[in-house]
Design a protein around this ligand. Structure first.
Ligand code: FAD
Length: 275
């Protein structure tokens, strides 16, 4: 059931420092960026809190830039801005591919990469890309800034190391060496949450990551090692099947997800073969 909006307070952040002070003084405050995930919770009567902090005015957090060879994408960068960014298109085309598959045009205009990261859904479409790219999440509080490797960011289903007084301010992506690949399998082409989503980097040390096959986005290190050793794709598929832990839920079954993950691995390998 829809939650009555009169029960909530909303404050607009005037600056990043202002926002961080609000979170320090009232850590139960829920930051909102594009609000595309939070609004769904409000509509379904499961609001994440009663005090909200609107980050949308914090324009500096929309910046996409190259700093010392590292691609820095501000937390408030929307999917549309990522799709339009020449820098992202040239450095991280698999993130552009993932952004094109998120929701529809309205969600792409409003949804942010920081929201996708902080929301911590195992089905977030950008997350396998960031995992395969060895990205780093930049967190800031009034006490300072810390950088968390993407592989250490999530602690379980919808949980992360982000503390209540911290904001995700950016995600940093080092240069990716090798052919990049992304594929999402859902019920339909748009406005669908994935049944399985995969990103891969083909190099002498292949990197592959999956969403919707475990409680969090996951890399598949044993499969990566098998591919690096040059085992047959059939053998790599066996390793992958034992490495992921999909579940049955309303969107799919564990069996189907396992079969699709193996199919995606095969396509990744075939389609990046000549690159
Ligand atoms: C119709 C529809 C279709 C969708 N389709 C897809 C899809 O195909 N693929 C997909 O991955 N997602 C999809 N989503 C989910 C959503 O759009 C994305 O996860 C989006 O990136 C969320 O960003 P946001 O800015 O709207 O986050 P918000 O809703 O504002 O916030 C989401 C969560 O992150 C926290 N948060 C936001 N920004 C920060 C920050 N900077 N620091 C700390 N915490 C923060 C909030 O407190 C909240 O817990 C869809 C949603 C809808 C409604």
């Amino acid at each position: 059931m829809r939650s009555p909006l009169s029960a909530y307070t909303l404050r607009r952040a005037r600056s990043l420092t202002d926002a961080l002070k609000v979170l320090r003084d009232a850590p139960e405050t829920v930051p909102i960026a594009g609000c595309t995930d939070v609004y769904v919770s409000l509509e379904f009567g499961s609001p994440p809190g009663t005090r909200y902090l609107d980050l949308w005015p914090l324009s500096p957090l929309r910046r996409i830039a190259l700093r010392d060879g590292v691609l820095s994408i501000g937390a408030l960068a929307t999917y549309t801005s990522i799709i339009r960014s020449r820098l992202v298109r040239s450095r991280l085309p698999m993130l552009v591919a993932a952004s094109r598959e998120v929701g529809g045009a309205q969600i792409q205009n409003r949804g942010t990469i920081g929201g996708n990261i902080a929301n911590a859904s195992p089905a977030g479409d950008t997350l396998p890309v960031l995992a395969a790219a060895d990205a780093v999440v930049v967190l800031r509080s009034l006490s300072g800034e810390r950088r968390v490797p993407f592989s250490a960011f999530y602690t379980g289903y919808r949980t992360s190391v982000r503390k209540a007084d911290e904001l995700v301010v950016a995600v940093e992506v080092p240069e990716v060496d090798g052919a990049q690949w992304f594929r999402k399998v859902g019920t339909r082409a748009a406005q669908a949450i994935s049944k399985v989503v995969m990103a891969g980097v083909r190099s002498s040390t292949p990197r592959i990551a999956f969403g919707s096959v475990a409680a969090t986005v996951v890399r598949a290190p044993r499969t990566e090692a098998a591919l690096a050793r040059g085992v047959s794709l059939d053998d790599a598929a066996v390793v992958l099947s034992s490495e992921i832990t999909p579940i049955d839920d309303l969107r799919s079954t564990a069996r189907y997800r396992r079969a699709v993950a193996v199919g995606l691995l095969r396509r990744f390998w075939a389609e990046t073969d000549s690159e």
